[in-house]
Write a protein that binds this ligand. Structure first.
Ligand SMILES: C[S@@+](CC[C@H](N)C(=O)[O-])C[C@H]1O[C@@H](n2cnc3c(N)ncnc32)[C@H](O)[C@@H]1O
Length: 378
């Protein structure tokens, strides 16, 4: 697996985050290379102000920070850590790093974007760009050609301005948009809010929150099987909390629970915090943290971990995060503490949990045609 980006007689060492011993995936893609080569041909004046949205692990931030003033925005804590460590490993500094809930700078000459997977997040970013920079700069975005559908380009046209595309190069395509404010454009709200049928709760979702437009089917099944804690003042972690749906249900069942909701998406942890207030829950004893799994958490500090694990990270389908989550959960649980996990049947989480907790300590709580809920006791 390549870790040296060699392009136009420059070279950077780039790693994904966290660094894995047997990493199979590169920290940048041909889309980054295409964007870099195109922007270099533009020969921008030195020290131009460049805004970079959704840089994966810092290829774009590293490259453009050599000659320009770069502001990089990401919703991903994992990406942010990767960008930071790649900047420092390549002795680069001066990049302003923002998370997705921060305000963007007003003085920008060019915007570069890795097009996000989630169309609601894309729409929101396009709308923000048009509102802030209309008539003042161009957006150049990139993605795999097969991910750029005519419906994607319609979003660019509708929310950001007049749009053209490049030829494909190494299966990637560039999208060029002259940012402008369309006369009649629907308003794009930051939060999408809906009630959860059958449960007394309402969920508000910032644009990049997982399953932000309807309840995840796994979460729905888990809601039916979450049980009240067996005593007051217990410590619980909701690992990969998304909009906080599981934390909120648990807090309704056990009002004295001290809940820590953790997600690697800044918009998720912010939405979970917002949703405690929206559902009139007392959050004085609760925390909402943006983190990579449970990095830095104290060992043996929790009574229960609840988890609906992800099975992809950015564009890559992977089960290393679920494994990391289970290992971290075991580490933070007190003896006799419980990890409760929901997953698709075919994912084989039972084998992973058995390996970690021992056969006799893993039990099936519930199952249906699609999902299993498992409980592992430390
Ligand atoms: C399947 S969703 C579950 C969301 C919510 N708990 C639910 O049940 O609807 C998995 C969540 O894990 C988060 N996630 C992915 N990688 C993570 C990581 N390394 N550390 C913490 N959270 C992560 C995702 O952002 C996503 O919100």
């Amino acid at each position: 697996m390549k870790t040296e980006l060699n392009l136009l007689e420059r070279s950077y060492s780039l790693f994904r985050y966290p660094k894995l011993a047997n990493e199979q995936l590169q920290a940048w893609d041909a889309g980054d290379e295409y964007l870099i080569q195109h922007v270099e041909e533009l020969a921008l004046p030195k020290s131009s102000n460049i805004l970079i949205l959704n840089d994966n692990f810092g290829a774009l931030s590293c490259w453009f920070s050599k000659e320009h003033k770069v502001t990089t925005v990401t919703d991903s804590f994992v990406s942010l850590q990767g960008i930071k460590s790649n900047l420092s490993a390549n002795q680069l500094s001066g990049v302003t790093l923002l998370n997705s809930t921060d305000a963007w700078p007003s003085d920008i000459d060019l915007v570069l974007m890795q097009i996000p997977r989630n169309n609601r997040y894309l729409t929101w970013q396009l709308d923000q760009l048009a509102q802030k920079y209309a008539g003042r700069c161009q957006l150049i975005a990139v993605n795999k050609a097969k991910e750029i559908h005519s419906s994607t380009l319609k979003l660019f046209e509708k929310f950001a301005g007049s749009t053209t595309t490049s030829l494909a190069w190494k299966k990637h395509r560039l999208v060029f948009t002259e940012l402008s404010r369309a006369a009649q454009k629907p308003a794009v709200e930051a939060y999408t809010t809906w009630p959860v049928e059958g449960h007394e709760l309402t969920l508000a979702n910032l644009p990049n929150v997982y399953s932000g437009e309807s309840l995840d089917l796994g979460a729905r099944f888990m809601l039916e099987h979450l049980s009240k804690l067996d005593a007051d003042n217990k410590d619980v972690v909701d690992l990969g909390c998304g909009n906080g749906v599981l934390s909120i249900k648990l807090k309704q069942l056990s009002p004295t629970a001290r809940i820590t909701a953790v997600d690697e998406s800044f918009m998720a942890s912010a939405s979970a915090k917002h949703n405690f207030k929206l559902n009139q829950l007392d959050d004085a004893q609760c925390k909402f943290i943006t983190n990579n799994c449970l990095d830095g958490f104290e060992a043996a500090s929790q009574d229960r971990v609840i988890c609906n694990p992800p099975f992809h990270q950015q564009q890559a389908v992977t089960d290393h995060i679920a494994w990391q989550m289970f290992c971290d959960a075991k580490h933070v649980l007190r003896p006799k503490g419980e990890l409760m996990v929901i997953g698709n049947r075919h994912l084989g989480y039972d084998k992973k949990l058995t390996r970690l907790f021992g056969k006799h300590n893993v039990k099936l709580v519930a199952s249906n045609a699609k999902f299993v809920i498992l409980q592992a006791t430390k």
